[in-house]
Design a protein. Structure first.
Length: 180
């Protein structure tokens, strides 16, 4: 008797298992354009995955935010690192405005660019500080200078996918916790 193979997935189950599209807010502080370009690559990957991406420059203090940070399903913060590993003034000001507004984002991941030529101990200092401040469970993404080439593209895609996947897992855990 010959065994018949059952299909491993069907269209119906694929559709029902799909995660809902996220509203993602990306806020970027960029001096030379390196972090902005990294943010654009991350935004493109998020859009490819079917998510709505809202963009804000950290230094646009007077601009109406495209999405409030606490209304975003996921907040992605991108920053360069200033002298001595410090967070640049425009990102500090953005975080201070957020804190002053009373808005509390639930899910935050941080990325950035820097240069090891100023000292390995300072590399990515702003990214590490922001990650700690927001208690982000996601590992940071750090790219030295301008993202370029296949290795960076692969690292950016892998980081973005991991953040999106982890966010989905956190959402399911939060849902189970609140509805148990």
């Amino acid at each position: 008797m010959q065994a018949t193979r059952r299909p491993t997935s069907t269209m119906a189950s694929t559709i029902s298992d799909a995660a809902p599209a996220l509203d993602i807010l990306i806020v970027v502080a960029s001096l030379s354009g390196n972090t902005r370009e990294l943010g654009r690559m991350i935004a493109g990957r998020c859009r490819q995955a079917g998510h709505a991406v809202h963009w804000q420059e950290a230094d646009e203090a007077d601009a109406v935010p495209p999405l409030q940070a606490d209304a975003a399903d996921l907040l992605l913060l991108g920053s360069w690192t200033d002298n001595g590993g410090r967070t640049p003034a425009e990102m500090k000001a953005w975080v201070a405005r957020l804190a002053g507004s009373g808005h509390q984002p639930l899910h935050v991941a941080v990325f950035g660019t820097g240069e090891t030529q100023w000292g390995a101990e300072y590399y990515g200092g702003a990214v590490h500080r922001l990650r700690r401040y927001f208690h982000s469970p996601h590992p940071p993404l750090l790219i030295e200078q301008m993202p370029h080439g296949d290795a960076h593209a692969t690292a950016i895609a892998a980081w973005t996918d991991a953040v999106l996947d982890n966010h989905g897992n956190q959402m399911h855990a939060d849902h189970r916790r609140h509805h148990a």
